[in-house]
Design a protein around this ligand. Structure first.
Ligand code: KG4
Ligand code: ZN
Length: 342
């Protein structure tokens, strides 16, 4: 039974967003404050871990205070605290984990350690109050590309994942070589709208039936080679065509494998999660192909796609229903896996 009187304070600091949220029950967002560090890291072309940690330290308490203020609650009203403890940058994670432990200890309330990837999937429960498992989730973020069978709120099977680069990582690297600012995903998304997606045939690795692993490093190298060759020959590159053709190759593989995974699992629902879920072409094409295949398709709105604490709070709430609490020895686990849970 959903306990709407239960107030969860959630904290997220795994990468370059310091975020805190207050949830009433599992699915009602009272506040979701996100302080992004993107402008700070932009001049370096990517996230600088040491700077990220320092910014999290400066931001964490003001962000928590603001989340409580917007939710119109005080710390003593909070019933439990959820925090991302991995995967992510160790120094960044430690800031959130330490703050959460200190608050849980001083308020004498339960602490819940949340896997960031599970949080991304659970963003969909916030965006779609009617959504229930079972479904297949396609998690595409800056660090991960995975297909997950979500059997119920606490049972997950990893169907397949990337062998090398994550989809978001490929977007960011290709954008960087094209001289576009960090993070590259939204830039490529925008530029691709002006280009011809059929202009260049970039490779679509591991495509074919029954293979649920991804690989994007070959595609990334193919794009870099294309750009370097053109540069050496003194040819002018149509960057919009490169962006559109690259994006097409990523999207084709994601959609093909996601639909196969839904069919293979004997399910009828597909859920999109992670920062790359904000990609407009991916959403549009997944909408069309799921509709053609008779599959229900869910994705979160933009704010809930990228890193935010509300999704962590949602996951934490469902863990609390199972008694899945952490103790004060909770540590950051930078390479935390989305392991099969039963
Ligand atoms: O989930 P997220 O906020 O952080 C991680 O957990 O990694 O994802 C960030 C990633 C970045 O690689 C960013 O370039 C990508 O999501 N991204 C996009 C778009 N918006 C963000 N990729 C493609 N198209 C977008 N519109
Ligand atoms: Zn993320």
């Amino acid at each position: 039974m959903e306990d709407k009187a239960c107030l969860t304070l959630a904290i997220e600091s795994s990468c370059d967003e310091t975020s805190a949220a207050v949830l009433s029950g599992g699915r009602i967002i009272l506040s979701n404050v996100i302080s992004t560090q993107i402008p700070v890291h932009q001049k370096f072309g990517g996230v600088v871990p040491e700077i990220a940690s320092r910014k999290h330290i400066a931001n964490i308490m003001p962000v928590i205070d603001e989340a409580l203020r917007q939710a119109q609650v005080s710390l003593t009203d909070i019933n439990q605290i959820g925090v991302t403890y991995g995967p992510g940058l160790v120094g960044a994670l430690l800031v959130g984990v330490s703050a959460a432990k200190a608050l849980a200890f001083s308020l004498d309330i339960p602490l819940i350690g949340v896997n960031h990837l599970e949080g991304h999937i659970f963003a969909n429960f916030l965006a779609h109050p009617e959504l229930k498992p079972p479904f297949v989730a396609l998690v595409v973020s800056g660090g991960h590309t995975s297909l997950v069978h979500v059997k119920d709120y606490n049972t997950f099977y990893l169907i397949g994942q990337t062998r090398d680069d994550a989809a978001g990582e490929a977007f960011d690297k290709v954008a960087r070589v094209m001289g576009l600012p960090y993070p590259g995903g939204p830039q490529i998304d925008k530029l691709a709208k002006l280009g011809n997606a059929d202009a260049i045939a970039f490779p679509q690795a591991l495509s074919g039936k029954g293979n649920f692993e991804f690989s994007f490093s070959g595609l990334k190298s193919a794009v870099l080679n294309y750009l370097h060759n053109a540069e050496q020959k003194g040819e002018i590159v149509n960057k919009a065509d490169v962006a559109a053709s690259f994006q097409k190759a990523v999207i084709a593989v994601l959609i093909d494998k996601a639909l196969q995974a839904v069919e293979n699992a004997g399910l009828t629902k597909l859920v999109l999660a992670g920062g790359v879920a904000a990609n407009s072409a991916l959403e549009k094409q997944l909408k069309a192909s799921t509709e053609a295949a008779g599959v229900e398709f869910y994705y979160p709105n933009m704010i809930l796609c990228t890193d935010n604490a509300a999704m962590i709070g949602c996951r934490a709430y469902y863990q609390s229903l199972m008694g899945d609490f952490a103790n004060l020895y909770l540590n950051a686990i930078p390479n935390l896996k989305l392991t099969d849970k039963e």
